[in-house]
Design a protein around this ligand. Structure first.
Ligand SMILES: Nc1ncnc2c1ncn2[C@@H]1O[C@H](COP(=O)(O)OP(=O)(O)OP(=O)(O)O)[C@@H](O)[C@H]1O
Ligand SMILES: [Mg+2]
Length: 288
C-alpha cells in the first residue's frame, strides 16, 4: 500500500467539478477558501512564533456529507488563487501502520524529503483523508505482537505533519474525519480552522434534487417534469446525507422492473416512496 495515493498538478477539471458538486452554504465554501489563502500568506510573511498558524484545515462530519469531495475542490480553488499547486493525497492507514510495510524511516522520508521537494517549485496542498485512522490504528496496534515499530511509524507521521506546518511554509494540509473523537488531540489543536460539515439543509437538498432531475431529464424527460414536486421531495429527504440523497433520487427508477427498463415511467409517488425507504436506510447506517 502506497502512502501517496494520488498526485496531480492543479487546477484540474475533475477537481473543479468536485467544488461545484457539493451543495453547502456558500459561506462555508468562502470561509474554507479564505482560511487557506490567509494561512498560506501569513506563514510566508511571519515566523511561527509571531503568528502561530499551522496551515491545517480540518473538515469534520458524518459519512457521505461531501468532505472528501469538498477537500479536493478546495485544493483546486486554492491552486487557482495561487496560479498553480501540487496536490498530494496521503493514505492515513498506510501512514499509521508499519505492518503494511511502512517503516518509520519511509514515513519520515515522505515528510522530510518527498513533500518538501514537491513544494520547492510550487505550493503543495496535502490531503490527509480519514485522519482518525492515524490515531485509531495507534490504539489497535498496542494489541499487536510487535507494536513498537508501528507506533514509531505513526509518531513519525505526526512529527512529519508538525514539521510541514512549521518549516515548509508553502504547504497546506487539509484533513477530513467522520470521527473527530478518535483524532489525535495534538492534531486537532493544530488545526487553524475546523469546519463541521453536516447533512445538507433544505436549500442544499433543493439544489441537489434539481441537479439530478435535470441531468436525468436530459435522457428521460419525465424526470425533468418531476421538478414541479420539488417541495415534497425536499421535505421527504430531511436529515439524509448528500450521498444517500443522490443515490435515492436515482434509485426511484428501480421501484419496479418496468420503470428500471424505462425510467421515463417514473412517477412522483415512486420518488417519494424511495426517499422514504432511503431515510430508513440512513437510520441503519447511523446505528451501525
Ligand atoms: N452536500 C452535498 N451536496 C451534493 N452532493 C453531496 C453532498 N454531500 C455528499 N454528496 C454526494 O456524495 C458523494 C460522496 O461524498 P464524499 O465521499 O465527499 O463524502 P465524505 O463526507 O467524504 O464521506 P465519508 O465520510 O464516508 O468519507 C459526493 O460525491 C456527492 O455526490
Ligand atoms: Mg471521505
Amino acid at each position: 500500500m502506497d502512502v501517496i495515493v494520488e498526485q496531480k498538478i492543479l487546477p484540474n477539471k475533475d477537481f473543479e467539478a468536485a467544488w461545484d458538486a457539493i451543495k453547502v452554504n456558500p459561506m462555508v465554501k468562502e470561509r474554507l477558501l479564505s482560511q487557506a489563502i490567509l494561512s498560506l500568506q501569513m506563514r510566508q510573511k511571519f515566523s511561527f512564533e509571531q503568528v502561530p498558524m499551522h496551515g491545517l484545515i480540518l473538515m469534520s462530519g458524518p459519512p457521505g456529507t461531501g468532505k472528501t469531495t469538498l477537500a479536493r475542490g478546495l485544493a483546486d480553488r486554492i491552486a487557482k488563487a495561487l496560479g498553480k499547486a501540487q496536490y498530494v493525497q496521503l493514505d492515513a492507514h498506510a501512514l499509521g501502520s508499519s505492518s503494511l510495510g511502512k517503516s518509520q524511516k519511509e514515513v519520515s522520508k515522505i515528510f522530510t524529503q518527498t513533500i518538501p521537494e514537491l513544494a520547492m517549485s510550487m505550493p503543495a496542498i496535502i490531503l490527509l483523508d480519514e485522519v482518525e485512522t492515524l490515531a485509531a490504528d495507534r490504539q489497535r496496534m498496542s494489541l499487536e505482537a510487535n507494536p513498537i515499530d508501528a507506533h514509531r511509524a505513526t509518531d513519525a507521521a505526526l512529527a512529519g505533519i508538525d514539521l510541514l506546518c512549521r518549516k515548509h511554509r508553502n504547504t497546506l494540509l487539509i484533513a477530513t474525519t467522520n470521527y473527530p473523537k478518535a483524532v489525535d488531540r495534538a492534531l486537532l489543536s493544530r488545526a487553524d480552522w475546523i469546519e463541521d460539515i453536516g447533512p445538507p439543509n433544505a436549500e442544499a437538498r433543493t439544489e441537489i434534487i434539481l441537479e439530478i432531475l435535470e441531468l436525468l431529464g436530459r435522457e428521460w424527460p419525465k424526470f425533468g417534469q418531476l421538478k414541479t414536486h420539488i417541495a415534497a421531495f425536499v421535505h421527504a429527504s430531511e436529515g439524509m446525507d448528500g450521498r444517500r440523497l443522490r443515490k435515492a433520487m436515482t434509485s426511484a427508477a428501480a421501484i419496479s422492473i418496468e420503470t428500471a427498463k424505462d425510467p421515463n415511467k417514473v412517477t412522483r409517488d415512486n420518488v417519494l416512496e424511495t426517499l422514504k425507504r432511503a431515510s430508513t436506510q440512513a437510520d441503519i447506517v447511523e446505528a451501525a
